[in-house]
Design a protein around this ligand. Structure first.
Ligand code: ZN
Length: 109
């Protein structure tokens, strides 16, 4: 890719999943929009290699919008209310079942 040696960035970043700090060079970029290749006007978050490996690589194009909707519904309520509202909304939108969730377990690229 573009970016020469000179651009190597050794500053520390924090993994958004486990909170560990690591050098930016060792981190994996995480783009909440799910498209790391479109870099315009974006700020990336970072994951350590371990958390990156554990991350689901299933498409998640609707997730961000879904989370915003849920937050709008729940407002400033508790985290539990948020998670419950999220689960309800997922079932409403996708008809999610427990069987589906189990299906993706253990299936890592
Ligand atoms: Zn991590």
């Amino acid at each position: 890719m573009w970016g020469s040696r000179r651009d190597r960035d050794r500053s520390a970043v924090v993994c958004i999943a486990c909170g560990e700090s690591l050098s930016r060079e060792d981190a994996r970029e995480y783009d909440k929009q799910g498209n790391r290749w479109d870099r315009r006007d974006k700020e990336f978050e970072y994951l350590c290699k371990e958390c990156y490996r554990d991350m689901s690589h299933q498409p998640r194009e609707d997730l961000e919008a879904l989370l915003v909707d849920v937050e709008a519904d729940v407002g400033g309520d508790s985290q539990e209310a948020y998670v419950e509202a999220y689960q309800r909304e997922v079932v409403r939108r996708y008809g999610g079942t427990e069987a589906d969730a189990e299906d993706t377990e253990g299936r890592r690229d």
